[in-house]
Write a protein that binds this ligand. Sequence first.
Ligand code: SF4
Ligand code: SF4
Length: 340
Amino acid sequence: MMYILEKKKLNKILSTWAQEHEVFVPQKVEEYSQFLPYTEDSELALKSPHNTRYPPKALFLPQSEVMLKFNNRTQKYEEVNTTPKSRLVFGVRPCDAKAFRLLDTVFDAEDYADPYWKAKRDATILIGIGCEVPPSTCFCTTVGGGPFNQDGLDAILTELEGSYLVQILTEKAETLFASLSPATIEQEKQVEAIQTKAHDSMSPAFETDGLKQKLDQIFESSYWDKISESCLGCGICTFLCPTCFCFDIVDEVQRKERVRNWDTCMFRIYSQEASGHNPRPTRRERTRQRLMHKYSYWLDHIDEIGCTGCGRCVRYCPVGLDIRAMLRTANTHESEAVHA
Ligand code: SF4
Ligand code: SF4
């Protein structure tokens, strides 16, 4: 089913949903943007910047999350309530929705389900918005996605003049838009053309056929020295990445809480072992881990690339390191003698 949501009615529909759900929308926060709870004063950032700088993975895997509290009186740990109220996230880009689905294979796998992640995922409806003019830093089509990819979404919007066409994708979203007028055949055709044009405007950023094999082959080569030379080890590329999920669990003794915090394999100390040995002592090994994880190890685990081409690491790396260029270089790197 397809409906027409007039832009002037957007705030009204968000307010209606907010009576039953905790609604999150992309909002401008000083110079950046992130998903925050909707209020009538919210300044929606649906267009600019394109997708939020701060990734919506934080809605399910918060940057810092209390897992347990210690009760001084009983001298016991107490569980925290992990089941949120029903939630609705509006304005998710297809690359980020795909990232949730990829992260489900980590946090909601057959043999292990993380209750903190799962409770939030189960309670959330995802309404996406496609990208009619994909920015030059995005490369979703190269990695199996697309600017109107429906993977992981319950409904997706396409922007028209003065309105959005809403495509319902799952039962979860069916009743949300039922009060709106259905789209006309002409509007449906217009949307099809917009979606095809957006998809076709994106040229392949690098060759993915044989890339995993190539990366495996050059694991010990000088390629990694070359591409990691200017990396500062700041971790921005991984903190902002929607599919990166490294974390650390610490007991905050003063607060009497056990907390899970985002961490990153781009930090030296992340891999440091208790003996003092570090299997990733330099940025060479850490950069290798970042790329190998996304373009080789994910393929070993689930036969999918672990990067959705969202472009954040390209846009926000302070020294302009571009994963697309790194992978193009990998493809052309001559295999050589094993690194000493
Ligand atoms: S954002 Fe750039 S400089 Fe910072 S760790 Fe990532 S690749 Fe290195
Ligand atoms: S590696 Fe870069 S482009 Fe790929 S999903 Fe992560 S931040 Fe986005």
